[in-house]
Design a protein around this ligand. Sequence first.
Ligand code: NAG
Ligand code: NAG
Length: 227
Amino acid sequence: MMKGVHFPLSIVATLALATFLVSASDPSPLQDFCVAINNTESAVFVNGKFCKDPKLATANDFFFSGLRIPGNTSNPVGSFVTPANVEQIAGLNTLGISLARIDFAPNGLNPPHTHPRGTEFLIVLEGTLYVGFVTSNGDNNRLFTKVLNKGDVFVFPVGLIHFQLNVGHVNALAVAGLSSQNPGVITIAKAVFGSNPSINPDVLAKAFQVDDKEVEYLQKQFWYNNN
Ligand SMILES: *[C@@H]1O[C@H](CO)[C@@H](O)[C@H](O)[C@H]1NC(C)=O
Ligand SMILES: *[C@@H]1O[C@H](CO)[C@@H](O)[C@H](O)[C@H]1NC(C)=O
């Protein structure tokens, strides 16, 4: 019998944990693809979506023409996000990436928001954007900004609050790639002041160091979702 090399269990466990911790996007697929289907009959939930029988997959499962269409920017923020994630392209299930098209009117803003599950890589196709993100508390909430022109790219690390403002005199267009099939979006102003139901004003008055009246004013506003 061959003598095996035995690592202590604690080392194996530590390595396994380290491997888990450095996973930077959605879990790796265990097959070529897993085209998503809805399974409303099963009470079982999976992390992602159920797979279609691979033999029944077609090119259309991997296709989406929706990003051809400019978003309607006639809204309170002057921007519109058109997503291309697993909800629009079932073939993205388990593959760990998605896209979004972002249209901006002059002065249009994609308001401060975060993607809880995705790092974002943004490229400007038309116009000029002022973009930025804020680092976490442990890094003293530093603000990183840049003015981007056509062809320029910028990275917004996963989870960090970021924004894009059209500072040109014409419409702007950008495309964002995200490191998740379902990156999620939390728009800060709407999540805080437009939650359903409302957060108790005492909580927000203390958090924002203003009085209840100012909080109630903000809670009464209409918080438009541009995505
Ligand atoms: C799953 O169901 C939702 C809600 O009915 C629908 O919007 C979506 O397109 C469906 N996805 C697939 C892959 O069938
Ligand atoms: C864009 O949205 C505005 C406001 O809802 C609406 O009045 C207008 O008809 C829309 N434009 C198009 C091209 O859909």
